[in-house]
Design a protein around this ligand. Structure first.
Ligand code: EPU
Length: 417
């Protein structure tokens, strides 16, 4: 199994390019199931989750051509196998995103029910409830969601809870339904706007994406198009936190500061000087960071996917911070690993109280999920001595060439088998 070895204590300096967003690319790939024509997608990140999604779509009968570094063309002319097997769904929950498109286009889908995962229970009841409201017959059999609908019908759906992939799944399903679908209490994440832009370019009629009410007028057919995936706001935020914690000056290209308001506010509060526009972000940090309190919540509030990284920053900041996780019930697993690096953190329910200390100690730690892995990388960068991170396959699911990008910024980081 591969590990990362980091020698801590070096500031970060230099320029890197941010990759396309994993959580925008995954639903956009699934949109290819909605048309017989070719969907060409640019700015696809080279990540394990993308490889898994492409294999899943290929198994269903999608032909994948022109798969070069960051581009791929998908043609789902004939869908032959309407199944997402357990082996794939268990490694990548986003496989649930094929449910809506398959049902809308082929009238049937058999998707393994995702179980709980490292960060929480993560049920998919809202996806199922929405599709049932659109007329689908859904039964859970042998651990699979078996869904059938001759033709989905437009419906008014009020989500009980704000769900990102739930909103994406139903938005895709509604594009080919009969009549109008109104999604209320919809998620407002930028990835939903990116997916909506792709679907609109394919011929869909969608209004309100990016607000909490999305209206979709079903159309008969969708067509091929070309789409460029938005920049990864979480990768961007992770590098910005790393430089705020380690000190230095970094310039991030191919990213957009407007996607990160809540994160940039917190970094400024921590003491970073930030200059930015819609194409790049420049960050300079030449003092010890100050502690920042934060509370995760759906977009545009502070993202749960940045909580773990800010935990590492707070470990070495001046003062005490309270971090409250409100989205997932078990997303504080990194605390135990950070404590192995001498961090002073107390957990009470869904909150962590982080008492800043002068320095972390390098240690052998284990990644438990994707963003927890990123927090350990940041901790390794600022710790005294050597940090070894195990189970970095989590990291490879969501960060393209992380050790190359960090090395380009002057970090001492290498991968070993
Ligand atoms: N929830 C339900 N029922 C549902 C759906 C969700 O109770 O039917 C609950 C979840 O258990 C959770 C909350 O609603 O407590 C929000 O979950 P959401 O559905 O929004 O999460 P998701 O769509 O499964 C996406 C991202 C996650 C990110 C969350 C929250 C993708 C592929 N994944 O997950 O990204 O943390 O939104 O912003 O878009 C990551 O990239 O590391 C990652 C976990």
């Amino acid at each position: 199994m591969q590990k990362l070895i980091i020698q801590g204590g070096r500031p970060l300096h230099g320029e890197i390019i941010i990759s396309g967003a994993k959580n925008a690319a995954l639903p956009v790939l699934c949109a290819a199931l909605l048309t017989k024509e070719t969907l060409k997608i640019n700015n696809i990140p080279a990540l394990q989750d993308i490889t898994t999604m492409l294999s899943l779509l290929e198994q269903m009968g999608t032909s994948i051509t022109d798969h070069r570094s960051s581009e791929v063309s998908l043609t789902a002319a004939n869908l032959t196998h309407l199944v997402a097997p357990y082996e794939m769904v268990k490694t990548m929950r986003a496989a649930i995103l094929v449910l809506g498109p398959l049902l809308a286009r082929a009238g049937e889908a058999n998707i393994s029910l995702p179980g709980g995962c490292a960060i929480g229970l993560r049920p998919v009841d809202q996806h199922i409830k929405g599709l049932q409201a659109m007329g689908a017959e859904i039964h859970i059999r042998h651990g699979y969601i078996h869904a059938v609908a001759k033709k989905l019908q437009g419906a008014r759906i009020v989500f009980d809870i704000v769900t990102v992939t739930g909103t994406e799944n139903l938005m895709m399903a509604a594009t080919l339904a009969d009549g109008t679908t109104i999604l209320e209490n919809a998620a407002r994440e930028p990835e939903i706007i990116d997916l909506a832009n792709c679907l609109i370019a394919m011929g869909a009629n969608i209004q309100g994406a990016g607000t909490d009410v999305i209206t979709i007028e079903g159309v008969q057919t969708l067509y091929g198009t070309e789409h460029t995936v938005m920049p990864d706001r979480i990768e961007t935020g992770t590098f910005l936190v790393a430089a705020t914690a380690a000190g230095g000056e970094i310039h991030l290209k191919n990213t957009d500061s407007r996607l990160l308001d809540a994160v940039l506010d917190k970094l400024t509060e921590a003491g970073a000087c930030i200059d930015a526009n819609e194409n790049w972000i420049h960050l300079k940090m030449d003092s010890k960071p100050k502690s920042v309190n934060l509370r995760t919540a759906p977009y545009p509030a502070f993202p749960t996917d940045m909580q773990a990284q800010f935990m590492s920053l707070n470990c070495v900041a001046e003062g005490t911070a309270i971090i409250t996780e409100t989205i997932f019930e078990n997303r504080l697993m990194h605390v135990q690993e950070l404590k192995r690096m001498n961090a002073n953190i107390e957990v009470e329910g869904n909150a962590a109280i982080v008492y800043g200390i002068p320095q972390l100690d390098g240690a052998h730690v284990m990644a438990t999920d994707l963003r927890a892995s990123a927090s350990l990388v940041i901790a390794g960068l600022i710790a005294q001595g050597e940090t070894i991170i195990d189970r970095i396959y989590h990291l490879d699911r969501g960060y393209e060439n992380i050790e190359e990008k960090l090395s380009a910024l002057g970090a001492q980081i290498r991968r070993i088998n």
